[in-house]
Design a protein around this ligand. Structure first.
Ligand SMILES: [Zn+2]
Length: 192
């Protein structure tokens, strides 16, 4: 079996091109800073402040490329700090989710929806899915080895596309719960 890479996603924002121009100026395009594991995806130089009733969260990174809808992905602890609770949702499934205000030095934008806590998931290619004996949208459990906090994560969605590369994505709360960090090479395995 291939090793599955475990990646811990910090809070981040996806924007539309229209939102990029509202927040950073007419004609502005996102500035790639670092490539991510999923082909074509990148972290950007641009940062945004999320405005909450309890507290603002500053310097939140923007991930590119631009999408067809804005989406704010927070850990549950971020939601408590901000004062707005996002539901656990798969990326892109934002109907009926709370909106939130975003500000930068050059603009502001109020979203009417898009605040979520991302449902943990494993990205894989069709070949990987075949090897692991799973298919797109399957719900699996994943055992994560750890220094003192070994954990089995249930309710993990399998996402299959030839545009993906093999990696499990959890958020910072989930990483902390298992005492694992991004890129520390933790061993994980899918349990059916
Ligand atoms: Zn992902």
């Amino acid at each position: 079996m291939k090793d599955i890479k475990l990646e811990v996603s910090a809070r981040h924002i996806h924007l539309t091109q229209e939102a990029v121009e509202i927040l950073f100026g007419a004609g502005h395009t996102l500035t790639p800073k670092k490539e991510l594991s999923q082909p074509g995806q990148f972290a950007c130089e641009e940062r945004v402040t999320i405005v909450g009733p309890k507290k603002n969260i500053e310097r939140v990174s923007v991930l590119g490329p631009v999408r067809s809808a804005c989406q704010v992905e927070l850990a549950k602890s971020d939601c408590f700090a901000l004062g707005i609770m996002g539901p656990i949702r798969e990326s892109g499934d934002i109907e009926g989710t709370p909106g939130v205000e975003l500000i930068t030095e050059t603009g502001s934008l109020t979203l009417d929806k898009g605040l979520i806590v991302a449902k943990r998931h494993v990205h894989m290619t069709p070949e990987d899915a075949n090897e692991f004996g799973v298919k797109d949208k399957d719900i699996v459990s994943v055992e994560v080895e750890s220094e003192g906090r070994k954990l089995i994560f249930g309710d993990t969605v399998v996402r299959v596309s030839d545009k993906f590369s093999l990696a499990m994505h959890i958020d910072t709360d989930e990483g902390n719960a298992a005492n694992v960090g991004n890129g520390d090479g933790t061993k994980i395995r899918i349990i059916k």
